[in-house]
Design a protein around this ligand. Structure first.
Ligand code: C2E
Ligand code: MG
Ligand code: MG
Length: 591
């Protein structure tokens, strides 16, 4: 069988149209075709290996006919509208059984139903028992109805539900099917298999060697091979670039047998269309589970963990083991809890005062996020921020922080306290297309002057790319100051840094803490302050825990300080009292 036909048949099957129930959406199109083109018969024909099967038919009795007798097989070969004005006069059809016998076809026009990949599933055709002409306008009408049929095929079974390369059901469909199966048969025992057919390096080098289209064709061949080794009734899903999945019911076998059989199949070298022999490096992750409807998302995650474990331990496959999974489990549970907690007000901000060392006054605060979860207790920002940064949640979260902080700032202003407020932003925030608009909206809503707002970004956030540089320039143009957080611990490229619109360097606490006891640490800070000033930055020290450290910083020209010695981060309502409390002698400005 030619490669094209093999692939075409693959699509005919993966679209899952064959032998499905009649559907009004398709019947509407055939009725419309018959009535607009004034013919007694119309059909949506899917051309299978040796038959044509009608997804919809008007005026035709049989649900399928032999492919050899079908007109449609000619249409799909022509890949173009096929018009037969009088079949009795066309040598291709004079002896056709459907022309010589019932239903006595004389006229036929069909338009191929073509996928974006160029593969043809079948045709939309109109048939008459009288010979007739077909003009350009009618041909166009048929084409339009054909396009409508394809759109319906897409809509009906695929929109967001199939992988674009193989047209196999995708991850979303797998999740739905899992949930569906579990609500139909609660307690059902089954095994979910995830199969990664190429390692990441293999994928990369394949893309470089042959490019995308041959790789996609290879993926279809691989999918066909996997399908051949699946037991009857087990469907294949295409859930990631090179990742497939299948659900085996308990009677389909033990995980070891399933994995061994699948991987044995995968390890057989195969030849791609371009004639290249490929030996796959496949891995599998398996999880045996009992259906509980609410936990189907967990099952997928467990299988993913098992797959990672197989890869990490360089074994062909692995089952699910909770020990390997502990950190992932917590991460997963926390991530799922975040949106709920945001909605239920379980996050709050605390504010750490900053001391201006020239005036000895508290000039502003840094807003720091806190999360107390009913089950997990206090979760540190280091942990939850890192998790959010892996997802788009970080955008929603920063927006929440911004609004909360500015709202608090305007409350304090109404109480007679003018404080700058700093919020921490992540690299991903700066890449968000609406980041600037979000800043503008928040300032306008809370009637806050942008110059009283500061953004603290870490070095890698500032240095990531041109996109970020443009955003930071725009932030600066809005009169919002940017602080470089954790300065001195990364690998600052100073010449690069100097081209960025940063105004404040925030010396990291690990550099500040030892300066009272360690001569070299002190020398380092001294020179960093001098250098920073020479380049026009304001210098802020964080992690000031003792009077000695504060004194040293003050005497060597540091501009501002923040740390437990001045104040721990405070709840919002504790700030007014803190502001009014008398300050000890160390808090007074340099002489
Ligand atoms: P950061 O921005 O460098 O914040 C300073 C951290 O040092 C805070 O920890 C603060 O409580 C702590 N700290 C302040 N003074 C002292 C001191 O004198 N001694 C010691 N040992 N620690 C001190 P926290 O609140 O746990 O925050 C950790 C990090 O989490 C922050 O580092 C920041 O990068 C991130 N973070 C916190 N809140 C947010 C937020 O709202 N958004 C984003 N994107 N990140 C946040
Ligand atoms: Mg910070
Ligand atoms: Mg810091």
């Amino acid at each position: 069988m030619p490669a094209y036909e093999q692939e075409r048949l693959f699509f005919v099957r993966s679209t899952g149209l064959l032998d499905t129930k009649a559907s009004e959406a398709f019947d509407r199109i055939t009725r419309l075709a018959a009535s607009l083109l004034q013919v007694p018969m119309a059909a949506i024909s899917i051309v299978d290996e040796s038959r044509q099967w009608f997804k919809s038919r008007v005026g035709i009795d049989d649900a399928e006919t032999a492919r050899s007798d079908s007109f449609c097989t000619h249409t799909i070969e022509a890949s173009n509208v096929l018009v037969v004005e009088d079949a009795r006069l066309d040598p291709r059809f004079t002896n056709n059984r459907m022309v010589t016998g019932a239903p006595g076809i004389r006229f036929y026009a069909g338009v191929p139903l073509q996928l974006p990949t160029g593969h043809t599933l079948g045709s939309l055709c109109v048939i008459d028992t009288q010979p007739r002409k077909f003009n350009a306008q009618e041909e166009q009408l048929l084409r339009d109805l054909g396009a409508l049929t394809m759109a319906q095929i897409d809509l009906h079974q695929m929109a967001g539900r199939v992988n674009e390369v193989t047209r196999l059901p995708n991850r979303a469909q797998l999740a739905d099917d899992l949930t569906g199966a579990c609500s139909a048969t609660p307690g059902m025992a089954a095994t979910l298999v995830l199969l990664e057919v190429m390692s990441n390096t293999q994928l990369q080098s394949a893309v470089r060697a042959v490019g995308i289209p041959p790789l996609e064709a290879a993926l279809r061949t691989i999918a066909t091979n996997i399908m051949k080794s699946l037991p009857d009734g087990v469907d294949l899903y295409h859930v990631g670039e090179t990742r497939f999945a299948a659900i085996y019911t308990a009677d389909a076998g033990q995980p070891d047998d399933i994995a061994t059989a699948l991987l044995a199949r995968m390890s057989e070298p195969f030849v791609t269309q371009g004639g290249i022999t490929v030996q796959l490096e496949a891995h599998a992750g398996l999880v045996r589970f009992h259906c509980v409807e609410t936990e189907t998302a967990d099952v997928l995650r467990m299988a993913t963990t098992a797959l990672y474990q197989a890869e990490a331990e360089q074994r062909p496959w692995s089952g699910y083991s909770p020990e390997f999974d502990m950190p992932h489990r917590r991460a997963f549970a926390l991530l799922r809890a975040i949106p709920v907690s945001l909605a239920q007000g379980e996050f709050r901000l605390v504010y750490q005062p900053k001391l201006d060392l020239h005036t000895a006054r508290i000039s502003g605060v840094e807003a720091l996020a806190r999360w107390r979860h009913p089950k997990f207790g206090d979760v540190s920002p280091a942990e939850f921020i890192e998790l959010m940064e892996r997802t788009t949640l970080i955008h929603e979260f920063t927006e929440w922080v911004l609004h909360k902080a500015l709202e608090q700032q305007s409350i304090w202003r109404a109480q007679g306290m003018d404080l700058t407020i700093a919020i921490n932003v992540s690299a991903r925030n700066l890449e968000h297309p609406h980041f600037l608009q979000m800043l503008r909206n928040a300032c306008a809503l809370h009637r806050v002057q942008p110059k009283t707002l500061r953004l603290e970004c870490t070095e890698n956030a500032v240095m990531t790319g041109t996109l970020t540089a443009a955003t930071l320039e725009a932030v600066r143009a809005m009169d919002i100051a940017i602080s470089l957080d954790d300065f001195g611990v990364g690998y600052s490229n100073l010449s690069c840094l100097h081209s960025m619109p940063v105004e404040i360097l925030k010396l990291d606490q690990s550099l500040i803490k030892p300066i009272a006891t360690d001569e070299r640490a002190f020398t380092l800070i001294q020179s960093l302050i001098r250098m920073g000033h020479a380049l026009g930055y304001r210098m802020l020290a964080e992690g000031v825990e003792t009077a000695e450290v504060l004194d040293l910083l003050k005497h060597h020209g540091c501009d501002a300080a923040q740390g437990y010695y001045i104040s721990r981060p405070l709840e919002a309502q504790a700030l007014p009292e803190f502001m009014q409390a008398p300050r000890g002698p160390h808090f007074h400005g340099a002489p």
